[in-house]
Write a protein that binds this ligand. Structure first.
Ligand SMILES: [Zn+2]
Length: 334
């Protein structure tokens, strides 16, 4: 899932996007690896679940890909793994998607094919075909369909307004709040919020086509897209003991290998902050046969990769246009 807060840094980058500095820097980028990570693509207004997970509109996604294709050699995972010590002629770009939402297949995949580039899709295998919904979507759905007007959470100041005026702000605030309540298991928090909201309708029906299914994943792979693991159930790995981390990484790998009939060699750590995985996570991943691991920290990577289980990625949020994406890439240290 995505970060929600538009930081002061992002505002400065948005400002820089309008200056000539970005254009100069864009043409003198170092020849490293630049990974760009998306979640959902499309119009969040139509979404009954968590609208904060949208990276950008379909039009902006197309603009981004066209721009990246012009400036970088857009690579697939095989090309990245074979790159080894050989310095590339152009900076390399890898486009990635986390969480496996159906719009990745319906919107991003046709755009990528049309523009002739590939991307890597990291899938939490428990979500394939919508058999299980993630906590952020379930909570957002419960709040959006609540039959009560306000909700109060333990430890939070004041109530959250669930009326038409305040619902979007409340969903964002409640999701931030539950992430901070680490002493209460997430399953329990989801159940508690749902019970208190007494939502109308069936979430299961609404979420039936929220995630890609097995055949869609197979079709994308046949068309040259990469499929990687995003663990099985998207739990934060650093919160789990070694055995459970191993289960999450192994189960996901086994399911995807059964589905695609080939080795799965890449993983993206859920949430992907430096606090979301540990050196032990990377060791376990390597021992299971993964060859690369991706985080969600905004930096470029030097080549050859010195830490293949700590590959940085730029997160795309808040429907940024291609100018803002340029400054996001150019001024990563701001
Ligand atoms: Zn994720």
């Amino acid at each position: 899932m995505a970060h929600r807060i538009l930081s002061k840094r992002a505002k400065v980058r948005a400002l820089l996007a309008r200056t000539g500095l970005t254009a100069v820097r864009w043409h003198t980028l170092g020849r490293g690896l630049y990974c760009f990570n998306y979640h959902r693509i499309g119009d969040p207004e139509a979404c009954a679940f968590d609208r904060g997970v949208y990276s950008c509109s379909t039009a902006h996604f197309r603009e981004h890909v066209a721009m990246l294709k012009e400036r970088f050699e857009v690579v697939n995972l095989a090309r990245l793994l074979e790159e080894g010590g050989r310095p590339p002629r152009k900076p390399l770009a890898l486009i990635t998607f986390d969480d496996g939402y159906a719009d990745n297949y319906e919107v991003a995949f046709p755009t990528l094919r049309e523009l002739g580039v590939t991307a890597a899709f990291f899938i939490p295998t428990a979500f394939i075909g919508g058999s299980q919904l993630p906590w952020w979507d379930e909570i957002a759905w419960s709040l959006r369909n609540a039959t009560i007007e306000r909700i109060r959470l333990e430890d939070a100041e004041g109530d959250f307004d669930l009326g038409a005026e305040g619902i979007e702000r409340s969903i964002e605030a409640v999701l931030e709040r539950v992430k901070l309540r680490t002493r209460i298991p997430m399953d329990e928090q989801v159940r508690e919020i749902r019970a208190r909201c007494r939502p109308a309708g069936s979430m299961r029906d609404a979420g039936a086509r929220l995630f890609m299914d097995r055949e869609q994943l197979r079709e994308m792979r046949r068309a040259g897209m990469d499929i990687g693991s995003h663990t099985h159930s998207h739990r934060i790995l650093s919160h789990l003991n070694g055995d459970t981390q191993r289960e999450e990484l192994e189960q996901s790998k086994t399911i995807l290998e059964g589905l695609l009939d080939e080795p799965i060699t890449s993983v993206a750590y859920p949430v992907g902050r430096s606090s979301s995985y540990t050196p032990e996570t990377c060791q376990i991943a390597e021992s299971l046969g993964y060859r690369v691991g991706f985080n969600f920290i905004c930096q470029s990577n030097r080549l050859p990769l010195s830490k293949p289980f700590d590959i940085f990625r730029f997160g795309i949020h808040r429907d940024i246009d291609s100018h803002e994406l340029k400054s996001h890439t150019c001024f990563q240290w701001i």
